[in-house]
Write a protein that binds this ligand. Structure first.
Ligand code: SAM
Ligand code: SF4
Length: 343
């Protein structure tokens, strides 16, 4: 799409007779999804995401749960319909389940989902269902306990498997996110795909992105994973069902309860259908994962200027760049850890 001027964008996409008609960016993409990181802290140290030693952000710099809910309210008035809570590890923040309850009651918000490493999921499962959690993504890169510990720094695989079991019991729709690294866990892809045979979990392969520590590791392309799975299972058929709101392409395998998904940010750029903005735990809006650019909303919010905060949200939408530049490492300007951005 050729970009629109801000004046034409406002006229065409933002407001009509004082009401929001839709929320599109300067390239005409509908933006209806916001990922919110609620903490930079984590109970794992995945090698592509976080250094072993890290200084946590001071508590007062983080948005409070009430402030996050307020931003969701403003975003909903602009056309955001789906919220994903992420981190760091969102479940290590006290009140994560309560926040999900607060957001799911906001008029206009259709879905609240969670991305978690699964360690605390069993403890919170019942509460998350009661609070109205719509769906969960569990990050799990290996079923071999030693490889799991090598990647995450901890022998906590049994807790994750308990978490998955608890999601089944609570009947919360669950996707499993797998990031493969060359020479580390590429051998795990078939075992992980098998989870979709025996459970109604979608298993999704996400290409490693050159953000933070991911820059030092080697991505396994989804073309290669697709080939490996096709060689093993025979033809993978495109799944006609809708599975969510994101860029994943889904395929079915005969006899499987769940589907196999591929999120190919590097080898299958999907920027022309990007539908999201990000909010960091410190209240920065991020129009694109790849660039450092941030729009700071916390000060406006804390000074009670909700109109200004809403304007900043609209600005973050408008300013979304046309595409990421992960294929040209020298052009990536984001240098924060993924745990600070939220993935
Ligand atoms: N702690 C939660 C979890 O692990 O799901 C939520 C935060 S984590 C940053 C969100 C997602 O980002 C995880 O699925 C993780 O695998 C993914 N991630 C982190 N660094 C990545 C990278 N460099 N490339 C691709 N995905 C990455
Ligand atoms: Fe923690 Fe998630 Fe990053 Fe792993 S990927 S270190 S679980 S924030």
């Amino acid at each position: 799409y050729p970009p629109l001027s801000e004046k034409r964008w406002k006229k065409r996409y933002l407001y009509k007779k004082g009401k929001t008609r839709s929320m599109k960016d300067q390239f005409g993409r509908t933006i209806d999804y916001m990922r919110i990181s609620i903490t930079d802290r984590c109970n794992l140290r995945c090698r592509y995401c976080m250094p072993e030693r890290i200084e946590w952000l001071p508590k007062e710099e983080l948005l409070s749960l009430e402030e996050i809910a307020e931003i969701c309210r403003l975003a909903s008035s602009l056309g955001i319909r789906k919220i994903k809570i992420t981190g760091g590890e969102p479940l290590v923040r006290n009140g994560c389940d309560r926040l999900i309850g607060m957001i799911s009651q906001i008029p206009g918000i259709d879905q609240v989902s969670l991305t978690t490493n699964g360690i605390l999921l069993a403890d919170y499962a019942e509460s998350l269902r009661r609070q109205g959690l719509h769906a969960v993504n569990v990050s799990l890169d290996a079923l071999d306990p030693d490889i799991y510990a090598q990647i995450t720094g901890y022998h906590k695989l049994p807790q994750v498997l308990d978490g998955l079991h608890a999601m089944e019991q609570q009947q919360i729709p669950t996707k499993i996110n797998v990031v493969l690294q060359r020479g580390v866990n590429e051998t795990e892809c078939l075992a992980l795909a098998e989870l979709a045979r025996h459970h109604a979990f979608d298993v999704r392969f996400i290409e490693l992105m050159p953000i933070g520590h991911g820059k030092q590791l080697t991505c396994v392309s989804n073309t290669e994973v697709f080939q490996k799975l096709s060689d093993h299972y025979g033809t993978l058929l495109p799944d006609p069902d809708t599975h969510g709101n994101g860029p994943a392409r889904y395929y079915t395998v005969e006899g499987f309860q769940g589907s196999i998904g591929f999120i190919s940010a590097i080898h299958g750029k999907f920027c022309n259908s990007c539908n999201r903005i990000r909010l960091t735990a410190t209240g920065d809006l991020k129009p694109c994962l790849c660039y450092q650019e941030r729009i700071l909303v916390k000060d406006a919010l804390r000074s009670g200027d909700t109109k200004e905060a809403q304007k900043l949200l609209a600005q973050a939408i408008f300013q979304k760049p046309a595409a990421h530049c992960f294929e040209t490492l020298s052009s990536i300007t984001e240098d924060a850890e993924m745990s600070r951005i939220g993935g």
